[in-house]
Write a protein that binds this ligand. Structure first.
Ligand code: ZN
Length: 477
């Protein structure tokens, strides 16, 4: 592993703060320089394919490669040895829509207002999604998504010639896997493929062959709960929601929830591992940039909650990020420990494909692909009307700010589980101030970019179909 968490925190933090301001200045200078033209289609040289796989809700700390003691990910662990795995990757937020928005638009969700699941943003004309940029560069583009949340209502279909909703377990079913592989095989141009799976998303009911981590007593408990759920009238609730309700509203042990979650991770390992193996064996992956990511994690009662979307602790905002690129044969098996953000992924992909970056991208190409090793600040937020949370990570330090609440400052080297709040400690006031300033600088950068892009403030109107899908998922009533 490369060393990254250093003790000289104040020095690092000063540099981080400066870096944010430099980013802001660079953004303002470059914005009007070279906007890409919508509809332009230059001749396509043989560029690398891009295979982007999002495993919703997958916690990286529950993977064997990053030290998890259970055997949740044997196939993925083997695959991770063929590329670069980021051990401290962060999402920009704590739930599906804003987190994916950063990957699609290269911006923090506050810039385009990707917050309310019932208020899709109206996007400015002068921004292009990542798939749109690839499409305009001669790529064939296809998306196979496992949830209606990544919907046309939120413009996630922009730039895709093929945009299909799969079942939530995609691509584990033979049919779904074949559909995806057929789409890949039928391409004579470089392609951009986005694949999203809900396998690890709640409710966690892994198939029996993957449900390997329950104790004998927990197995009996699980079987009883499933029997109870199956006897309920179908109009009352689904077995999955019944199980979730039992876990969140009763005093069931967190280890029970964790064992079921881990079974779902093992399920995803098989499904994704199978697909990756197929792509390797048919030669497609040879000239492909392959990315595996998660949009956020999931709470297993570490801070009093289950699910995600309530906090910015690491169990929620730390994300899976793995990249294998064809021209980086010297990098297999590398684990990069320095903190990085999912907002850095879009510029990395364009750089690896030899395409130019739009001026509004807020991230930077990731190390080691850009040859630099410098640390940069990490920022995450949740700015829904019902919630106001911000977090910054710099080196070993992480600050969480809640609206009107106490600041929470954690030393992630000494306190990986974020239990010992050091915000009141006199010796850490300098660190607290620097991280607070860091958050302010990110806020300012987002506001400035929002104004520069003239992003509309009024939201769009969701379709009835989308609202129904939110009700089905239990997000609204
Ligand atoms: Zn999600």
């Amino acid at each position: 592993m490369t060393p990254s968490l250093r003790d000289n925190a104040s020095c690092d933090l000063l540099r981080f703060h400066r870096t944010v301001l430099e980013l802001l200045a660079a953004l303002l200078l470059s914005f009007f320089s070279a906007p890409p033209a919508r509809g332009a289609a230059p001749p396509a040289p043989r560029r690398p394919n891009v295979i982007l796989i999002s495993v919703d809700s997958l916690r990286p700390d529950h993977l064997g490669s990053l030290g998890y003691p259970r055997d949740t990910s044997p196939r993925l662990d083997k695959y991770f040895k063929t590329g670069v795995l980021y051990s401290n990757a962060y999402s920009v937020s704590n739930f599906t829509i804003p987190s994916h928005a950063a990957v699609f638009w290269g911006m923090y969700p506050s810039v385009l207002d990707y917050w309310d699941v019932q208020k899709p943003p109206i996007l400015p004309e002068n921004v292009f999604s990542l798939p749109e940029i690839f499409q305009q560069s001669g790529y064939r583009t296809g998306a196979f998504v496992g949830t209606k949340l990544l919907s046309k209502d939120f413009s996630f279909d922009r730039g895709f010639e093929t945009f299909e909703l799969m079942n939530r377990f995609s691509p584990s079913s033979q049919k779904d896997a074949e559909t995806i592989l057929h789409w890949v095989d039928s391409s004579d141009k470089p392609f951009f493929l986005f694949l999203h799976t809900f396998i690890v998303h709640y409710p966690h009911m892994p198939p029996p062959r993957h449900n390997l981590f329950l104790s004998a007593n927990q197995k009996k408990l699980y079987a009883g709960l499933i029997r109870e759920a199956e006897m309920l009238p179908s109009s009352t609730t689904t077995p999955g929601f019944f199980l979730l309700q039992k876990i969140t509203q009763t005093d069931l042990s967190p280890s029970f929830a964790a064992a079921l979650y881990d079974g779902s991770v093992r399920f995803a390992d098989e499904a994704i591992g199978h697909l990756l193996k197929k792509l390797d064996s048919n030669g497609v992956a040879e000239n492909s940039i392959v990315v595996l990511l998660s949009d956020h994690g999931d709470e297993l009662n570490e801070h009093g909650h289950y699910f995600h979307g309530r906090t910015l602790y690491d169990e929620t905002v730390r994300a899976l990020l793995f990249i294998r690129a064809p021209k980086n044969k010297n990098l297999p098996g590398r684990i990069v420990d320095q903190p990085v953000s999912l907002v850095d992924l879009p510029p990395t992909l364009l750089r690896l494909a030899g395409l130019s970056l739009p001026p509004y991208f807020q991230g930077s190409p990731l190390p080691p692909f850009d040859g630099s090793g410098g640390n940069r600040p990490i920022y995450a937020e949740d700015a829904r009307e019902t919630s106001s949370l911000q977090a910054a990570r710099a080196g070993r330090w992480k600050l969480i700010l809640t609206e009107g609440g106490k600041p929470e400052l954690y030393d992630l080297v000494a306190d990986r589980v974020e239990k010992n709040n050091l915000a009141a400690a006199p010796e850490h006031q300098g660190t607290l101030k620097l991280l607070t300033d860091n958050i302010t600088a990110f806020e300012k950068m987002n506001l400035t970019l929002r104004q520069t892009l003239q992003a509309p403030h009024r939201p769009g109107q969701p379709s009835e179909e989308f609202l129904k899908s939110l009700r089905d998922l239990g997000y609204i009533r």
